[in-house]
Design a protein around this ligand. Structure first.
Ligand code: MIC
Ligand code: SF4
Length: 640
C-alpha cells in the first residue's frame, strides 16, 4: 500500500510503537526550536535531566516573544537562555533576528526532517516538507537529550487544491476556508497534507501560512510536498543542499478528503473571537476599522511584505487607522530596506515595529476600547490583544493593507490590477545574529538572574483523592484563557509563583484564591479544553495551585500531553451528559484512582452522592508518568 508524505517521514523516524491509528508512536527528532516565553522552562527542565550536549542535528533557541524589556525580567530570561544555549550546543537567535518560525524556515528547516518546537505554530515548517510539531517544553527538553517524541498515530487528511487563486486572493484565504469547513476542533488527531495542481502555484511562504494555521484546526501538523518550488526557495536561501523531493504515493490512503477549488475562493476574514468564525469580506461589509496589524509568524515573509508595500506605495493610511508592520525576520526587514519597499511603507504612515511576535501575543499595540483591529495573525481569541472588548478579525495582508488605506474593511479585489511580486532568486543572507554554541562549553557560565525561579514538580498518585471542583468551564477553553500572556504577564514566564495569581483571571478572577483556600482541586472542562498555544505553563501553574485532575469532555493534543508531563490527570466524561450534573464547589472523590489508573480501567468519580465513570485515555508510558507524578519524576525513577 502506498504511503502519504507524513507516513514516509514518520516511518523513517519511528523508534517506538507501531503506526496504527490511535496507538502511541515514538519518533526520533532531528531538530528542535524554542522561543523565550516557553524556552526558560524547557531549558530548566533540560538542565534537570543532566545531559551535557544536545543530541539533535540542530537545536535553536529564539528570542522573539518578550522583547519589550520593560524591566529586568525579559533581559534576565534572554541572558539565561543565551548562556544555557552556548553551554549545551544550541544555536541562539538574538532578539531582533526575527520570529522563530519565519527564521527557522529561512535558515534551518529541511524537507523530510522532524522538528519539534515549544510553540504551537512549529508546523510552519511543513511549508518546506518538514514534519514539524508543537510540543510542551519538557517534550522539547527530552528530544534535545536524544529521547523520543511521542504522539498518538494521527489520521491522514488530504486537502486537494485545484485551479489557481484569483488575483488578490491569498494563501490566508485558503487556510481560512479550511478552518471554515473543518472548525477549530476539526484537525484534532490528524495530519493535514496538501496535494493537487494548486500546490505548484503556491510559493513556500504561502504554503507556510497554510501549515502555520493548521495549529488553529487543532491538527497534529500539516505538510506540503517538497518540489521544485521548495528547491528554488532553499537555493535562494543558499541551502539547496538540504533539498530532497517528497510526495505521497499515488495509491496512498487517506482517512478524510477535502477539495478546495482555488478559482472560487474570495477574500475571507475570521470574525471575533475564533479563527473558524469565517465569512467573506464582502459578506461582513465595510465596517469601520481602528487598527491594522501586519506581521506574525503567519504572514510576515518577504513576499507578504512586498505585497503590502506595493499596495501602500503612493497612498496614505487612513487618518483614523493605526497601521503597524512587523517584518518576520531581519532578513525580510533588511531586504525591504535595501530595495526601497520599506520607504513606501513608512511614507504611507505605517508604524514600524521590531521583527518579533509583538501585538500577536499582546506585547504592545492593544487596540482602543471596543476597537476593531484587522490582523494578519492566526489567533483572535477574546482578550488576547490585551483589550478585553476589542474585536479582532484575521485577514490576509492584501485585505489588511487595502483596509488600512480605506479606513473600513475592504475587499482588495476592488483595488484594480494586482501588482506582480516575484520570489527572489537570492535572499539576503546574514546569520550574524545567530550565535553559535561555544567551542569550549566548560568555560561558559549559565547566568540565572532573580527572575529565574524553579518549576513545580508533581507528586506520586495516591490511592484515592477527595477535593473540591474549583472551576467549571465551557467548550473551547484556550490556553490564553487558562493563562493569559501579554506585556504585563509574559515577563513572568520563569516565575510560576507570581504567574499563578493570573490563572483563569479572565474567566473567573477568584480561581487562584479559591485554589489556595481549598488546597487545589479538580477543574471541569468542556470540549477541546486547552486548545491554542503549547505553553506548558497552562499545566505547570494549575499544578502549582494544587490542581490534581482536569475532567473534560475532550482535550486539545498538546495541552493533554502537558498535563500528563506535569502529573495532572486528564480525565474525560465517559458519558458527556454527566458534565451537566457537576457544579462549582461540589466535593469530588476519586475513590480508587490509583488502582484504576494502574489497571488502565475507567475511573470512578463521586460527586454529591452520585457516581459516574470517567476515562483516562493515556498510553502505558503516560500512565507510568501519571503514577509517578509527572514525566520528570518518572524519568528520575527510571534512572535509579
Ligand atoms: C502563542 O501564539 O500563543 C504563543 C505565545 O506563541 C504560544 C507559546 C506560548 O504561550 O509561549 C504558542 O502558540 O505555543
Ligand atoms: Fe509569535 Fe504570534 Fe506566532 Fe505565537 S502566533 S509564535 S505569538 S507570532
Amino acid at each position: 500500500m502506498g504511503k502519504t508524505i507524513a507516513e514516509k517521514i514518520l516511518a523513517a523516524h519511528l523508534v517506538d510503537g507501531e503506526m496504527l491509528p490511535g496507538q502511541e508512536i515514538g519518533l526520533r527528532i532531528d531538530q528542535t526550536l524554542t522561543q523565550d516565553a516557553t524556552g526558560t522552562m524547557a531549558y530548566l527542565q533540560f538542565e534537570a535531566m543532566g545531559v551535557d550536549q544536545v543530541k539533535t542535528e540542530r537545536s535553536v533557541a529564539y528570542i522573539d516573544h518578550n522583547t519589550l524589556q520593560s524591566g529586568f525580567e525579559n533581559a534576565d530570561d534572554h541572558k539565561y537562555i543565551g548562556t544555557v544555549a552556548r553551554k549545551h550546543g544550541i544555536y541562539y537567535s538574538k532578539a531582533g533576528n526575527g520570529i522563530c518560525h519565519q527564521v527557522h524556515l529561512e535558515r534551518f528547516g529541511a524537507p523530510g526532517k522532524t522538528l519539534i518546537g515549544s510553540d504551537s505554530h512549529t508546523p510552519t515548517g511543513g511549508g518546506i516538507g518538514m514534519l514539524a510539531f508543537g510540543a510542551g517544553g519538557l517534550d522539547v527538553a527530552v528530544a534535545m537529550g536524544g529521547g523520543a517524541y511521542y504522539i498518538p498515530m494521527p489520521k491522514m487528511v488530504r486537502v486537494t487544491l485545484t485551479g489557481a487563486l484569483k488575483p488578490w486572493v491569498s494563501a490566508k484565504d485558503i487556510i481560512l476556508e479550511v478552518l471554515r469547513r473543518m472548525s477549530v476542533k476539526g484537525g484534532v488527531g490528524k495530519i493535514i497534507e496538501y496535494a493537487g495542481e494548486g500546490v505548484a502555484t503556491l510559493s513556500v511562504p504561502e504554503r507556510a501560512t497554510i501549515t502555520n494555521m493548521g495549529a488553529e484546526l487543532g491538527a497534529t501538523t500539516s505538510v506540503f510536498p517538497s518540489d521544485d518550488v521548495t528547491r528554488a526557495f532553499l537555493e535562494a536561501q543558499g541551502r539547496g543542499d538540504v533539498w530532497v523531493p517528497l510526495a505521497s504515493d499515488p495509491d496512498a490512503v487517506y482517512d478524510e478528503e477535502l477539495t478546495i477549488d482555488l478559482n472560487t475562493l474570495k477574500p475571507l476574514a475570521a470574525k471575533p473571537h475564533m479563527p473558524d468564525n469565517v465569512e467573506t469580506i464582502e459578506g461582513i461589509g465595510a465596517i469601520k476599522v481602528n487598527q491594522v496589524c501586519i506581521g506574525s509568524c503567519t504572514n510576515s515573509s518577504y513576499y507578504d511584505m512586498m505585497k503590502v508595500a506595493a499596495i501602500l506605495k503612493g497612498k496614505r493610511v487612513h487618518p483614523d487607522v493605526s497601521l503597524t508592520i512587523s517584518p518576520g525576520s531581519m532578513q525580510v526587514f533588511n531586504m525591504l530596506a535595501k530595495n526601497g519597499a520599506l520607504s513606501d511603507i513608512i511614507a504611507a504612515g505605517a508604524r514600524i515595529l521590531e521583527c518579533a511576535c509583538g501585538p500577536c501575543i499582546g506585547m504592545g499595540q492593544s487596540p482602543e476600547s471596543a476597537g476593531v483591529s484587522l490582523r494578519t495573525f492566526n489567533r483572535n481569541f477574546e482578550g488576547r490583544s490585551g483589550t478585553q472588548d476589542a474585536k479582532i478579525y484575521l485577514v490576509s495582508p492584501e485585505t489588511a493593507a487595502a483596509s488600512a488605506i480605506a479606513g473600513v474593511l475592504t475587499d482588495p479585489c476592488t483595488l484594480g490590477d494586482m501588482p506582480q511580486i516575484d520570489m527572489p532568486t537570492h535572499f539576503d543572507i546574514n546569520d550574524d545574529m545567530i550565535i553559535k554554541p561555544a567551542e569550549h562549553p566548560e568555560d561558559v557560565e549559565v547566568v540565572r538572574g532573580p527572575n529565574i525561579h524553579p518549576f513545580p514538580l508533581g507528586s506520586a498518585l495516591e490511592a484515592s483523592y477527595t477535593g473540591k471542583i474549583v472551576l467549571k468551564t465551557e467548550d473551547n477553553i484556550t490556553t490564553d484563557h487558562i493563562l493569559p500572556a501579554g506585556a504585563k504577564l509574559l515577563p513572568y514566564r520563569s516565575n510560576i509563583p507570581y504567574y499563578s495569581n493570573y490563572c483563569f483571571i479572565n474567566v473567573d478572577p477568584k480561581f487562584p484564591e479559591r485554589c489556595k483556600q481549598e488546597g487545589g482541586g479538580v477543574i471541569i472542562g468542556g470540549a477541546n479544553y486547552g486548545q491554542g498555544s503549547s505553553r506548558e505553563h497552562a499545566a505547570l501553574v494549575p499544578l502549582y495551585l494544587g490542581v490534581k485532575a482536569v475532567l473534560a469532555k475532550s482535550f486539545a493534543r498538546i495541552h493533554k500531553a502537558n498535563l500528563v508531563n506535569s502529573g495532572i490527570l486528564p480525565l474525560t466524561f465517559a458519558d458527556p451528559a454527566d458534565y451537566d450534573a457537576v457544579a462549582l464547589g461540589n466535593t469530588i472523590t476519586l475513590p480508587h484512582v490509583l488502582e484504576e489508573v494502574k489497571n488502565g480501567s475507567q475511573i470512578t468519580v463521586q460527586v454529591g452522592g452520585r457516581a459516574f465513570m470517567a476515562d483516562c485515555e493515556v498510553s502505558d508510558r503516560q500512565r507510568a508518568a501519571l503514577l509517578a507524578g509527572g514525566t520528570l519524576n518518572y524519568a528520575k525513577q527510571q534512572a535509579k
